[in-house]
Design a protein around this ligand. Structure first.
Ligand code: DX5
Ligand code: ZN
Length: 214
């Protein structure tokens, strides 16, 4: 699996140090942008991504937890974001057009869903979206407990992707660590996001390596 540590759990007073560690050990940097409206929390915005982009050498994976995500697609492209996801809950019927907008800006397009959205809602976009971001906690906060039903949701989605022979990837986000990484890989996860587990580990780089080979 690829590992995408979320800098929501990094030490913001030493962000440069933490980005340096991720450059040397992770596959992607996961950037959680929250607006306090789609989700009940505010994280950080584009000035932080602007600062990160000057140092980061691995792809940036931005997760927009905002209403009207389409307002920020061009901004993200300009900042060099390579993987960009928005929430289905914010997009509704505009989901297909949002995917096209992101792809036409040269980025990989992802659709994120919270645990209460049936995974079948994603089926129309298999083969169109580059990836699906399956939330394994309710979006809004790091450090929450992994929801066990996620395994079944991912397996269901993976089976449909495989049945159609499509290339869409599956990313999982929320409460992920070495304890559940192997099961997630077996269910079909391609990219594992991990925030607090990575940054609380005594050896974050070693912890990232352990998730990757789980
Ligand atoms: C939650 C965010 C996650 C979060 C993951 O809304 O989308 O990316 O930072 O953090 P942990 O791994 O601590 O659950
Ligand atoms: Zn996220």
């Amino acid at each position: 699996m690829l590992v995408a540590p979320s800098i929501l759990a990094a030490d913001f007073l030493n962000l440069g140090r933490d980005i340096g560690m991720l450059n040397a050990s992770a596959d992607l940097v996961h950037l959680d942008v929250m607006d306090g409206t789609l989700v009940p929390n505010i994280s950080f915005g584009f000035p932080v991504i602007e600062a990160v982009k000057d140092m980061v050498t691995i792809p940036m994976d931005a997760h927009l937890m905002v209403v009207h995500p389409e307002r920020w697609f061009e901004t993200c492209a300009g900042l060099g974001v390579q993987y960009l996801s928005f929430h289905y809950e914010a997009a509704g019927r505009r989901t297909a057009s949002f995917i096209s907008m992101i792809q036409s800006l040269g980025m990989k397009a992802g659709i994120a869903i919270d645990p209460d959205v049936p995974v079948e809602k994603l089926f129309p976009y298999i083969g169109k979206a580059d990836f699906f971001l399956i939330m394994s906690v309710f979006a809004g906060f790091g450090g929450q407990k992994f929801i066990e039903e996620t395994y079944e949701r991912i397996s269901t989605l993976k089976a449909e992707i495989s049945r159609r022979g499509a290339a869409s990837l599956i990313e999982v986000d929320g409460g992920v660590g070495v304890g559940n990484a192997e099961n997630l890989r077996k269910c079909g996860v391609d990219i594992a996001v991990s925030g607090s587990a990575v940054f609380k580990a005594p050896d974050p780089a070693g912890y990232i390596a352990a998730i990757r080979v789980a």
